[in-house]
Write a protein that binds this ligand. Structure first.
Ligand code: GSH
Length: 198
């Protein structure tokens, strides 16, 4: 694969960087915050967001989709449950759950804290975002109290995708009542290739 990754800071592009490191894949990194929302980036991502990957010249956006593609197509490293298996159904389950029940609330808080101009923010939604996030996090905490990893009892790209969001929440103090999530994150941090900020 010929890979160019548009990435920025500690954003969700870290999922892609971590996946590429785990897979041992070389890539060209373009890390330039000034490209966000630019016409240049909109050629590849209609909203001008990052991450976006050019894979053999074809653009792919959404970090979860990018990581899943890399894991499916890398040789020699088994980082994802095979398509069509029960493990893959669980990958899809946790990725969907992450996006709808966890990350959506974290992003809404970010949007209403620093992404939108101040006059467009609705800070009143933040307590509700935190409450809704914790409902989803409780599900993960219960699962992780019984399981070390999310799929097939082993570290996979699913852990990279979901772990990123859980760490985002941890850094906001939202996982303090979830000990299994904190232990899980420590397991992820101990991996040599982990790029999550501690
Ligand atoms: N769901 C997308 C989120 C992409 C996203 O919102 N990226 C942020 C950085 S974390 C961005 O580009 N923000 C610029 C903006 O909101 O216009 C993914 O996981 O790739």
């Amino acid at each position: 694969m010929d890979i160019t990754l548009y990435e920025v800071g500690t954003s969700r592009s870290l999922r892609c960087r971590w996946t590429l490191k785990e897979l041992g894949l070389d890539y060209q990194s373009i890390e330039d915050r000034s490209l966000l929302r630019s016409d240049e980036l909109k050629q590849f991502h209609p909203l001008g967001k990052m991450p976006v990957a050019l894979i053999d010249g074809q653009p792919l956006f959404e970090s979860s989709a990018i990581c899943t593609y890399f894991a499916d197509h890398a040789d020699g490293v088994d980082l994802i449950a095979k398509p069509g298996t029960w493990g893959r159904a669980k990958h899809d389950q946790w990725v969907s759950f992450n996006l709808s029940e966890l990350e959506a609330w974290l992003w809404s808080t970010a949007v209403n804290t620093f992404v939108l101009p101040e006059e467009e923010r609705i800070p009143e939604c933040i307590p509700q975002n935190q409450k809704m996030f914790k409902k989803g996090a409780l599900v993960l905490d219960r699962f992780l109290a019984e399981n070390e990893y999310l799929v097939e009892d082993r570290f996979t790209v699913t852990d990279i995708i979901v772990g990123y969001s859980l760490n985002w929440a941890r850094r906001q103090g939202l996982t303090e009542s979830f000990p299994a999530i904190d232990s899980y994150l420590k397991r992820l941090f101990s991996r040599e290739n982990c790029v999550l900020p501690e």
